[in-house]
Write a protein that binds this ligand. Structure first.
Ligand SMILES: [Zn+2]
Length: 88
């Protein structure tokens, strides 16, 4: 698709690093699947993926974590690895 940020590039499948900040909690997730602009590098993450990341971030924040850095894991089995890791 056409990039809405720079309006010049087009996006191709790739990965990106997502950073969440919420009050005192920061979560960084590497290797998140996304459509990445070949011109400016803006990344577009799918809704379901973003929801999973947000769920994981909120659980960690509630548990009192301050900083979390992790690699995104897609199992393809319908499981939600980020959420399970957050509970563990
Ligand atoms: Zn762009």
């Amino acid at each position: 698709m056409k990039c809405v940020i720079c309006k010049q590039g087009s996006t191709t499948p790739g990965t990106t690093t997502i950073t969440f900040e919420r009050e005192s909690f920061t979560m960084v997730v590497k290797g998140v699947p996304a459509e990445v602009c070949d011109n400016c590098g803006e990344a577009y993450v799918d809704g379901p993926v973003a929801c999973d990341l947000l769920d994981a971030a909120e659980k960690l924040a509630e548990a009192g974590a301050l900083v979390e850095v992790r690699q995104y894991v897609a199992t393809g089995t319908g499981q939600r690895p980020l959420r399970e890791n957050a509970i563990a």
